[in-house]
Design a binder for this molecule. Structure first.
Ligand SMILES: *Cc1c(COP(=O)(O)O)cnc(C)c1O
Length: 410
């Protein structure tokens, strides 16, 4: 998908030359694996061209704003380092407006209007906690409801004169029942004059939240869009301008460079021209190849499941009966991950007895490699050296273990 090699053979030269572990990403757009690959040659070309030139950065961001407007229907937009950065900047913007003195006062002196209303079931993490993203602006989360239920009056109770913004999170990581639906959430916030920020980092729907009342929406530039590492902020012109002004304050450490801006613009343009049906067909073919490869293995049942937030994407869910398969989902996930090339599957729900295969980041030859690896690993049943409890803990701890181990052995 991401490169134009005609060959079906995986190309590992770059990994081998640098001594990197060969990895196949069937986990999705994961930061720990490099998120995504460029969907079109223009993305790399535009990125490279910018590295060799000087330019007025405000003009570059104005072009980004026009592109974001075209992509999302928003009044304006700007780019920052990541969606995570976008959340902090959006919160800051709702606190400071266009007052540079207030921008400089963050995060130490936020003033009284520094609450951010969030439903408790939306307090998730995406590599770090969303609470940290809010706190970086000097704001504090005002929790509405309980983990699995938020009632209208509970949200309204945290929307008062000290509430700078209401934050709504769209993610497979949030609780999917008992939460206030988006349009109602936006209406309740607006009734109290509170602007609404949506974290839609990995959502394909680039227009719906703005149409339904969002004041600022944040997308990741390096997830489904396949751009360089970047975050997209789209929304009301005054608030987008206030987000951009944070570059003289807390936004400095979150700044995006010229090369990533041009790459992100190219990725947004590529998205508008992309043959989405053809990509979907290729993804479906991979899912069917894997389903077939797993079809007669004892204790394994594999079937296609839709994306939980409604993105136009399916994954293959692989249910594992440990008594018949010889090992549970966490152990099989670990076994696939220690192969060469490593097959990194979507294992964050392995404790529920399944893992998933995501087809959105396949490079040439990878689908076939995954099919072979699945059959080989599960039919051989070579699980020695994998402790089931450790495998489960590792799936649950996400990337934290990797950060702790880094450079840890001298
Ligand atoms: C991935 C993600 C983020 C963080 O996106 P980055 O661009 O990697 O910082 C934030 N929120 C949600 C819901 C995400 O899925």
């Amino acid at each position: 998908m991401g490169n134009d090699q005609p060959s079906k053979t995986p190309d590992w030269r770059w990994h081998d030359e640098n001594g990197f572990r060969r990895v196949v990403n069937v986990a999705g757009t994961m930061t720990g694996l490099g998120a995504s690959v460029a969907p079109a040659p223009e993305v790399s070309r535009e990125t490279a061209a910018a590295t060799e030139r000087f330019v007025d950065m405000h003009e570059l961001q104005a072009l980004a704003s026009r592109t974001i407007t075209e992509l999302t229907g928003a009044e304006a937009g700007c780019l920052t380092a990541s969606a995570g950065a976008g959340i902090s900047l959006a919160v800051a913007a709702c606190m400071t407006g266009l007052d540079p003195a207030r921008v400089e006062a963050l995060p130490l002196n936020p003033g009284p209007k520094s609450g951010v209303a969030v439903q408790m079931g939306h307090l998730c993490e995406y590599g770090s906690s969303i609470t940290t993203g809010v706190a970086l602006a000097g704001a504090n989360v005002r929790i509405a409801g309980t983990a699995t239920l938020c009632k209208d009056f509970q949200l309204s109770a945290v929307l008062d004169e000290n509430t700078a913004a209401a934050l709504y999170v769209v993610s497979h990581h949030v609780v999917h029942y008992g939460q206030i639906p988006f349009e109602r959430f936006a209406r309740l916030a607006h009734e109290k004059g509170v602007p609404v920020i949506v974290d839609a980092a990995s959502e394909y729907d680039l227009r719906g939240f703005l149409e339904k009342g969002a004041d600022l929406v944040i997308y990741s530039g390096h997830k489904f869009l396949g751009g360089p590492t970047s975050g997209i902020i789209a929304g009301r012109r005054d608030l987008v301008r206030a987000c951009y002004l944070q570059n003289i304050g807390i936004g400095r450490g979150m700044k995006i460079g010229k090369e990533s801006i041009m790459g992100a613009i190219a990725a947004m343009r590529a998205w508008m021209k992309r043959d989405h049906a053809a990509i979907r067909a290729r993804e479906t073919a991979a899912l069917e190849l894997w389903r077939e490869a797993l079809s007669d293995l004892p204790g394994i049942s594999a079937y296609r499941v839709p994306d939980p937030t409604g993105n136009p994407l399916e994954r293959l869910q692989v249910d594992v009966d440990p008594d018949k398969a010889g090992a549970g989902a966490p152990v099989i996930t670990a076994a696939l991950g220690r192969r060469d090339p490593a097959i990194i599957v979507r294992g964050h729900e392995a404790e529920l007895g399944y893992f998933q295969l995501d087809p959105c980041n396949l490079l040439p030859g990878h689908a076939e490699l995954v099919a072979e690896a699945l059959r080989d690993e599960i039919s051989r049943g070579a699980w020695e050296g994998i402790d089931p409890e450790e495998a489960l803990a590792s799936a649950r701890n996400g990337g934290t273990d990797g950060y702790l181990r880094w450079l840890g052995n001298g």
